[in-house]
Design a protein around this ligand. Structure first.
Ligand code: HC1
Ligand code: SF4
Length: 547
């Protein structure tokens, strides 16, 4: 094991990082010296909750108030982990003493080569977790170590700015970084400015997966998670709060209609889902040849933005420029998606700002809102009703399951009353599959999460091999959006299984369990879009892709 001294950050350390970073001897500018092993700090085995609340008190014997200040001081890295910081926990377990940074290494300016991901080499401890996350968890593998002036730094394999590589903007590298050397630019300020502008009507809509985190973080039951979120956003100053799940329902109606039409008209098959912008970026950058297989449907985020900016603005008599639309999501790629030029018309974005779940929690903390002060509320009209199928979108398999609940009904011409659950395509495996026999017609479905798991299927399609599927759902993050980089890191507050369970439970008790039954969706078609895949639906709810 290497013992080393990282000047400015850690006074003494005997952590073994060698598994992920190679020998410390490669780093000539750093000082190394053998130090005796320090006995582990006394850390009785605590539950996650206890550790979150008592970490510093146990460790330092300080009052909570002082302990909180100490934790903030910590590495001054600016990340939001604080009490649940992996690096801090490891350091404490090894008896490492933190010091103020002494800046004796030359300062390296922040690398700002991506629309929102920022790298700060000065905070990097060369643990390699970001590189592994990109290559092994997600798949694109665009990051690597390199040496410059005797320092080991993280950069892109090609040497190009991150924005010009195959980076899909999923942000899993940011989640993996234990000390905020990789972080993302916040959009909180934009939102607060809009809230404080009396001319603006600020509308928020909350993604399906956000409620899984809310339920587990604040200990509210799954039934109370949605009203809690709506109440929280109202308290933060939003004028109207809608449920994003409504747009998931809209997506299912549009996408399943497209799927059935491809079957009927012998269109390009298999059809891939298109709601994950990380996946879309991957296709556009690395496999543009399979674009014809992508559904032309916009993601629910962009369907919601277009619907609010066109339908809601008209309904309420609000000028588009006075309507400030914010989506609240567990995803970083959605920041990239909302800023794409095809979703900006006459300088006005369909979605003006994208907040992550983490940013929403940060705003709550900055506004000093205690959970007990949140008054649960219903979502607002006219997009109030949502289905359990739409809620399932937040976990891997959910989009395909919701589509099947509609496709089976349309193919049989009979209302589906039982066997609504397609459990075989739920869960955390990289590839799941199922074949549903609908009156002799077989619908073959695959569900993929983690982009590297999609590559073998794509390669087969490109080589003209029948992959044996009609519909393929792909979500970039392992397990789907519940593992998105805009959520706090899983396993700190809760687990992915618990997040998934919240969504499954909400679906079970939902009044409507099929997207096509949602009465607010049916009314929207009657009043505005006409019918699924109509010319207006194509204009506002579908898109094109750019190789
Ligand atoms: Fe997702 Fe989706 S499910 S992509 O994970 O299709 O972010 O939750 O909002 O758009 O609805 C994310 C979640 C989300 C979209 C929907
Ligand atoms: Fe975003 Fe979800 Fe795709 Fe991850 S899986 S990139 S969170 S949309």
């Amino acid at each position: 094991m290497d013992s080393f001294l990282m000047k400015g950050y850690i006074k003494e350390a005997n952590i073994d990082y060698s598994c992920s970073r190679g020998s410390m001897e490669d780093l000539p500018k750093w000082e190394f010296r053998e130090i005796p092993k320090v006995p582990r700090a006394v850390m009785p085995s605590l539950s996650l909750e206890e550790r979150k609340n008592n970490f510093n008190e146990v460790e330092l014997g300080l009052s909570e108030e002082v302990a909180r200040k100490e934790a903030r001081r910590c590495l001054k890295c600016g990340c939001s982990a604080r009490f649940t910081c992996d690096l801090r926990k490891e350091a404490s377990n090894h008896g490492i003493v933190y010091e103020e940074p002494i800046h004796d290494r030359p300062y390296i300016p922040k690398v700002d080569d991506h629309p929102f991901i920022v790298r700060d080499h000065n905070k990097c401890i060369s643990c390699g977790r970001c590189i592994a996350a990109c290559a092994e968890i997600e798949g694109p593998g665009v990051l690597t170590f390199y040496m410059k002036n005797g320092r080991q730094l993280v950069g892109t394999k090609s040497g190009l700015p991150l924005r010009d590589t195959d980076c899909v903007s999923c942000g899993q590298c940011v989640t993996a970084c234990p000390c905020a050397a990789l972080d993302y630019r916040r959009e909180r300020g934009k939102v607060v400015r809009a809230i404080n502008d009396p001319k603006k009507t600020v509308v928020g809509f909350v993604a399906p997966a956000v409620r899984s985190l809310i339920s587990n973080t604040f200990g509210v039951s799954y039934e109370e998670a949605s009203p809690f979120m709506a109440g929280l956003l109202k308290k933060l100053g939003f004028d109207k709060v809608f449920d994003f799940t409504f747009a998931a329902d809209l997506t299912i109606v549009e996408e399943t209609t497209e799927f059935l039409s491809r079957i009927q008209n012998k269109g390009v098959m298999p059809q891939f889902t298109s709601c994950c912008p990380g996946w879309i970026n991957f296709v556009e950058k690395r496999y543009p040849e399979i674009i014809p297989h992508l559904s032309t449907c916009k993601s629910p985020q962009m369907m919601m933005g277009a619907t609010v900016k066109n339908h809601y603005a008209k309904l309420m008599g609000i000028n588009k420029e006075d309507l400030f639309v914010v989506s609240i999501v567990p995803c970083l790629a959605k920041k990239y998606e909302a800023a794409r030029p095809e979703f900006i018309h006459d300088g006005i974005r369909d979605v003006d700002a994208v907040l992550t779940t983490t940013e929403m929690l940060e705003m709550m903390e900055l506004a000093d809102i205690k959970p007990s002060e949140v008054v649960p509320q219903e979502f607002d009209e006219p997009y109030k009703q949502v289905s359990g199928a739409g809620i399932l979108f937040g976990a891997s398999g959910g989009v395909a399951e919701a589509a099947l609940r509609m496709a089976v009904e349309k193919l049989t011409g009979k209302v589906l009353t039982d066997h609504l659950e397609f459990e075989e395509i739920r869960g955390f495996e990289g590839v799941k599959e199922s074949t549903i026999d609908v009156n002799g017609t077989k619908v073959r479905v695959a569900v993929v999460s983690g982009l590297k798991n999609a590559e073998p299927i794509i390669e087969k399609i490109l080589n003209g091999v029948d992959v044996g599927y009609d519909l393929i759902e792909v979500m970039a993050c392992p397990g789907g959006c519940i593992c998105g980089a805009g959520h706090p890191v899983p396993e700190k507050i809760d687990s992915l299984e618990k997040r998934q369970q919240v969504l499954v439970n909400i679906d079970k008790v939902s009044k409507y369990r099929k997207s096509q039954e949602n009465p607010d969706i049916l009314r929207l078609y009657n009043e505005f879009y006409g019918e699924p895949n109509s010319p207006l639906a194509h204009e506002l709810l579908h898109t094109h892709y750019t190789p």
